[in-house]
Write a protein that binds this ligand. Structure first.
Ligand code: UDP
Length: 368
């Protein structure tokens, strides 16, 4: 199980891919799968074996744009290749490292084990790789939503074995828990980045007068103090935050809390009247969506990417194509029954369900 070099597993806060690996591995092991985790040295997830190149996560290196960070991903992927070359007890590689990392694995020889690569990203970001992807007969891919696979470049779709929705431990037994007490605030949870659309959220909050709380890092910076200390930086998310989001953060109508870690994160989301998803990109998997539903909070957002697959319009949230309809839908969402979202999450987004779907895909890949 290759989680990449950026953050430890579990990440202890922000970390989409690392959270999913931490969610997937325990139920996989319950199903009898032995897991060698390739991650960073201070990962604490219980596995059969941990392999690492870097002692700690390299997230800080992302002060610069991802494609200008040299050496981190290749060095990490090298550990995977070395392990495959030195031992014969690995049947399959489940890889979560995007683009540059996949290229390393795609270049492995025919005698190496097959690779199932889970797509976590906006595929159009890397046309040079994904647009001409050739799995060499040994690399297969799965999406985290049907939409992601449907819009993938043809070369990639030819190697797709299906999709598996993301899951959260919060969904386990969610239908048995008491629905939370609601406050008046709306939350946007996630990296502050143009694709997640926080700029639209903050503008709407000011125009329509609702209280909005943003939680999440800006680039590799987890707090306002962290960001101030960074001074000038090339990170595009920092530029986005400073130009389009920060001018609206007044500490009253709109607040930015930086990264919020569980359990505070879960309290923040559970007590919100809605989670807002003013997405600009085709959100591939949306962990924040399944987490909100599991916590009994409706999701209101733009109908992009995986959102229509995850949100049951009129029951667990509201979706629209139109930016200006979002404030009315936030009002409407306050009348939805949180118990419906919790029931839906308990039925559809548990770690055990995700693990059994992956075991099916592993079988499919091993049989090809
Ligand atoms: N997250 C968190 N604290 C924050 C912001 C995000 O713990 O302040 C978590 C969030 O709950 C989710 C993950 O980080 O589990 C982000 O994954 P998601 O798929 O929503 O977004 P990505 O960043 O992978 O696009």
């Amino acid at each position: 199980m290759n989680a990449g070099p950026w953050l430890s597993v579990p990440p202890g806060g922000y970390g989409g891919i690392e959270n999913i690996v931490a969610t997937l591995v325990p139920p996989l092991r319950d199903l009898g799968v032995e897991v060698v985790l390739v991650s960073v040295g201070d990962s604490t997830l219980e596995v059969d074996e941990l392999l690492s190149v870097f002692p700690v996560g390299q997230f800080r290196q992302l002060q610069r744009p991802y494609n200008q960070v040299n050496g981190v991903v290749p060095a990490h992927q090298h550990a995977v290749v070395r392990a495959l070359r030195e031992r014969s007890d690995i049947d399959l590689v489940h890889d979560h490292v995007e683009a540059a990392g996949l290229a390393t694995l795609a270049a492995l020889g025919r005698h190496d084990p097959p690779v199932l690569h889970t797509l976590h990203w906006d595929l159009h970001k890397h046309p040079e790789l994904y647009g001409t992807f050739d799995g060499g007969g040994r690399v297969w891919v799965n999406g985290v939503s049907a939409d992601q696979i449907a819009r993938a470049p043809e070369a990639l779709r030819a190697h797709a074995v299906g999709h598996v929705h993301l899951a959260t431990p919060l969904a386990e037994g969610a239908h048995l828990r008491r629905p939370p007490e609601k406050g008046g605030h709306v939350v946007i949870l996630g990296r502050i980045t143009p694709g997640k659309g926080q700029d639209l959220g903050v503008r709407l909050a000011h125009q329509h007068g609702f209280d909005l709380i943003l939680a999440g890092p800006v680039g590799p910076y987890h707090s306002a103090a962290d960001l101030a200390a960074a001074g000038s930086t090339d990170n595009p998310d920092v530029a986005y935050f400073r130009e389009k989001v920060e001018p609206y953060v007044d500490g009253w109508r709109v607040r930015w809390l930086g990264t919020v870690r569980p359990p505070a994160r879960d309290d923040l989301v559970a007590s919100a009247r809605a989670v807002l998803a003013p997405l600009r990109w085709a959100e591939p998997g949306g962990t924040f969506v399944v987490e909100a539903l599991a916590l009994g909070t409706p999701v209101v957002g733009l109908a992009r990417g995986c959102l229509p697959e995850l949100v049951d319009h009129g029951r667990t949230g509201y979706l629209t194509e139109v930016d200006d309809e979002l404030p009315d839908l936030l009002e409407a969402a306050a009348k939805l029954d949180p118990a419906e979202s919790m029931r839906d999450a308990a039925a559809r987004f548990t770690p055990a369900l995700m693990a059994s779907r992956y075991v099916e895909l592993y079988r499919q890949v091993l049989a090809s």
